[in-house]
Structures are given as structure tokens and as C-alpha cells.
Design a protein around this ligand. Sequence first.
Ligand SMILES: Nc1nc2c(ncn2[C@@H]2O[C@H](COP(=O)(O)O[C@H]3[C@@H](O)[C@H](n4cnc5c(=O)[nH]c(N)nc54)O[C@@H]3COP(=O)(O)O)[C@@H](O)[C@H]2O)c(=O)[nH]1
Length: 633
Amino acid sequence: MPDALHPLLLRQLRRLGVDPAGPPPAPEAWAQLLQRVGRAYADADADRYQLERSQALASQEMAELHQQLQASQARLANLVALSSDWVWETDADGRFIDISDGLARAGVDPASLIGQTRQIDVLPPVEGHDHAAYHATLAAHQPLRDFVYGTRRSDGRAIYVRISGDPQFAQGRFTGYRGVASDVTEATVAGQQVLQLARFDSLTGLANRNMFQDELDRALQRNAASQTGFALLFIDLDRFKFVNDTLGHDAGDALLKVMAGRLSALLRGADRLARLGGDEFVVLLDHVTDPAALSKVASRLLTELAEPLQLGGRMVQISGSVGISLFPSDGQDAATLLKNADTAMYLAKSRGKNNFQFFTPDLAQHAARFFAMESDLRQAIDADQLVLHYQPVFRASDGQLCSMEALVRWQRPGHGLVGPGEFIPLAEESGLIVPIGRWVMQAACRQLQAWRQAGYNPPRCAVNLSTRQFAAGRLVDDVREALAMHGLEAGALTVEITEGQLMADPERAQQTLQSLQALGVQVAIDDFGTGYSSLSYLKRFTANTLKIDRSFVRGLPHNHQDMAITQAVVTLAHSLRMAVVAEGVETPAQRQAVQRLGCDMVQGFLLARPLEAAQMAGQLPRWLPAPATLAAG
Ligand SMILES: Nc1nc2c(ncn2[C@@H]2O[C@H](COP(=O)(O)O[C@H]3[C@@H](O)[C@H](n4cnc5c(=O)[nH]c(N)nc54)O[C@@H]3COP(=O)(O)O)[C@@H](O)[C@H]2O)c(=O)[nH]1
């Protein structure tokens, strides 16, 4: 019987001293027992109430959580639907089985890709995103993170996509990938443009200096390891600065593009071509060190560059100068190889341009001399080191002095008197010819006036011009200023320009010469017959005088061709109302020949060499009638 009772009731009965198997308790014990049983019921009620209450609360919380979960799922679905990103899922074979609508916002219909595999090889790999590594990750069922690739939309437009995904498994079996993707076309294209700018020349599209430097470093490593060699060809366009100055920067840019195209077209796939800046290009020819082969390549490059081209409606002809250095003989590192190719290129320039030169060790000394000369020449005007010599020009018929040509020389400290042939090409290349030409003009006008004041009246003085002076744009003002400053009329001055220089930019030359002629200045075309000018240009230039180049005069009177050419030039010049000077007359036979052929004036060593101003002053009484006094300015 006690076993059937609840343990709590048994405990209370024991506390009250009641034996459950014995007789009924005393009335007080019975009353106490009832009280305790009543409290136990009340406690049980309270516990049940608490339990029910907490159950109610728990289920309410559960309902709320469920609601929140639903709302959150709805928000996520809504965000995925709104997002430009999309989620995707593939099967074990990489075929899309689900793609969210976000892809449609990137311009691709998600439905069109279902059942298809991802096409990542349509466009070249994006920098830093290796396609082989992508395929390896998938094959190993590894997580995929931020892989970017390019492909094409159905309309052909490129799209770049960034994807991340995780492999999916069911009961340990690989079932495919699930992941997210976004359209990163704008950022990728912008990034590629930045890379392009960092490595390629924006004007020509060729590799730039940075990229070439990398190529060169790689070539050095490769060739050092394989004990083979390579060549660097440093190419500089001749007179590029002149084109820029005369025809403007747009024409200069157009010229660089054409030249870049010509060079690219000539080279093979393995050759590396870059634009280092300005008009400087460089070619790396891997595994080529044979001088004969290199000479062939350099000649072909020069021939291509020298092809005439149309610039701003004008025909222009530009040549190039090429310097060649070889690895390993001319340098073991990139800087030395480039410097030596550059030095060789300068030698090519100083040897008359439009040619190529190989680097040799004594070239470094030559280059040092060249740079020292340029640096000294910059000081020459201020240091008063330039002097003019004057060569008379005589009337052929009676030997009367009718003009004199001012020829510049440089009294270079430590080097004696340097002739113009040595420094005028350098002055033209560096642009120093502009201040030098201005100085020559001033000095010639000053001297002419000084002779006049001394009582002599040499008819006129001629100065040589370079077209670089045309380009500087101040030439006509400079001439006007020099004449005014020394009180000379414009007819006292003749400007001489070589036929070759005229042909470099005929239009600009024509304008400038016409402006000078409008002032009253005389114009002479120098070295005529050597510059391949067409007869129509000759008509347009309307020069006052043609000076027949001494290379034709040299052959007179025995060389029939020279006789014929001289005769033809005289006839042509006279029919265009131009006077003719025969240059470089050295023998009496030549003098007689040019006179017979109708040349109006003669100039040459036979009659007089170029003279210092003081020597000229000493001769003027002989060459000009009735002098008063003599003075050399
Ligand atoms: N832009 C400028 N060019 C100039 C200037 N001064 C001179 N020059 C050009 O330099 C070239 C060489 O000049 P130079 O050494 O003075 O030679 C001149 C004469 O000495 C030479 N000549 C004259 N007669 C004879 C001769 O009978 N035989 C012979 N072998 N040489 C002779 O010819 C030069 C003058 O030639 P040219 O100018 O063609 O009339 C020369 O091209 C000068 O033009 C300058 O200030 N600016």
C-alpha cells in the first residue's frame, strides 16, 4: 500500500508521524496532513500555470521568429531580384541549371544560358586572372573566388564578369557549383585602359619606355642564360622638331603615327618595337648580331622612313638616323646598351643623317666631343666667339664686285677657327641656328653700314638662312629690325636658302620668302641643282637669283653633262627673270665656261676666298671705284 502512494505524500505522512499502513491519525495530525496536501495541490496548480504560460510564450516567440525569417527571405529574394549581381548554379558538368534575373540587367537573358557551360576563353585573359588556374580550381572542386573573365553578349558587346562560387556536395558526391556574379565591365575596361597607358604609347599604340624596359630586361636574362646575343636599333627622325615647329603639333603627331606604322610593318613578330618618347623609337632584334643582317634591316628601315608622305595637305619627306648596339659586346645591361645605341645614332646624325652606324668604343669619345661642342656652341654668341668672313661675288662680264656673301666661323677656345661645316649641322639639330642666324644678320648689316660710313658702298651683302629660322616665326621681324637698326635699305640684303632646305617645307618657305621680298630683300636659291625641286616650285618661289651648285661647275668645261645642265639652268633662270651665280669657280677655264654659258655672276676661290672683314676692307679699294677711306667694323 505505501508503495502506491506518491513519494511526496509519503514524506509528509512520515513528518506527521503517521504510518500509512497503520491506523488513521489523530485529528490534529489529520488536519495538518490535509493542510499540507492542500498546499501541495496549490503548488502543483502554480507550476502548471507557469508551464502553460512559458509554453504559450515560447510558441509566440516561435511564430514571431518564423515571421521574421519569412520577411528576411522575402527581403533577400527582393534584393537579389533588384541587384545587378546575380546568383548562379551549375550541375556537376558545369552547365547552368539556375541563374537569377540580375543577369538580365547586365544585358544577358538568363534563360539563354541554362544548359550552357561558362565561356571564359572568348576574350583574352584579364590581367591577374589566369584561365588555366580557373580550370584547375574547378577540376579540383575547390572554392572559386573573385575570378574575372571577359565574354560577349549576344549582340557582340564585350562583358566582363566577376564570379565567386562554392562546390556543392550531396552525400559526399560533387553536384556542381553555386555562387554569385557581377558585371564588372566598366571597372575592368577602366583598369585595362590604365594598364594600357602605363605600358603603351597613347599616340602610336607602340610599347612605351616602361614596357620596353621590361622586354629588354627579359631579353637580357634569356640571352645571358642561353649565351646568345641581340641587337638594339635606336631610331631618331631627322628634322622632326622642324615639322613640329613649322606644320604644328597635329602634323607632328600624324607623322609619328605614320612612322610607327611603317616600322611595325617591317618588323617580324619576335622583334620588339617601342617609342621611347618624342621622335625616338627603338627596336630589339632577338638572336640577331650579324652585322650584315643588321645592316640590311637598318637600310630597310631607313628606306621606309624616307618615303614621302602627305602632312596637312603637303608632301613632306623625313629621314631617320639609326644607331646600333649589340649584346653582349656593347654592354651587359639595359642602360649601357641603350646609351651606346643612342651614341651611335648621334654619329649617324652628325654624318649627314639618313644613315645607320654601329657602336664602337671610340664612338663614346666622339659622342663626348659632340656634346661638348653643343655645350660650347651655346655660349658662343654671348662670349662673342662668332665671326663673319665675306666672299665677294663678281659680275661675270666685267669683274665688278656686285655682292658679298657673309659666312660664319666660330673662334672656339682651344680649337682655333672652326668652319660652319662643322657646327652648322649641330646648330640646326639643336635649334641654336635661330639665335646664330639672328646674330649673323645683325653682324652683316652692322659691317655693311660700317663700310658705307668708311666711304665704300658694297652693293649688298648676302646671309645664309636655315629653314629652322622660318619655323621660329620671327624671321621677317628680325630682318626688319636688323635693317632698321643699322640704317640700311632692304635692297642691301640678300637672303640665301639652299634648294634642299626649301623643299623641306615649300609652302612655309614660299610665304616667308614672299614676305621678305615684299620688304625689298633679295632672295637667292643656293646650291641649285642638288635639291630635286620641281620646276613648278621654282616658279612659285620667284627668287631673284639662282646659285648653280659648285658640283656642276667643277666639271666645266670638259664634262658635257655639267655643261648641258649649267646651260639649261641658265636658260631656265633667265626665262623666269632670275640672275645666275656660278659657285665654286676655281680655274680660269671654269670662269670662261660659265661666262660663255651666260652666268651673270661668279663666286669662287679663283677670284677670292672668304675674307676677314679687315682683309675685305683692304681689297675694297681695288674692287670698288673711288673709295674715300677704309674701315673694318
Ligand atoms: N645657315 C647658315 N649657313 C652658313 C652660314 N655661314 C656659312 N654657312 C654654310 O656653311 C657651309 C660651308 O660654308 P663655308 O665653309 O664658309 O664655305 C663657303 C665657301 O668657302 C665655299 N666656297 C666658295 N668658293 C669656293 C670654291 O671655289 N671652291 C670650294 N671648294 N669652296 C668654295 O662655299 C661655301 C659657301 O657656299 P654657299 O653657301 O653654298 O654659297 C655652306 O653651305 C654655307 O652656306 C650662316 O651664317 N648660316
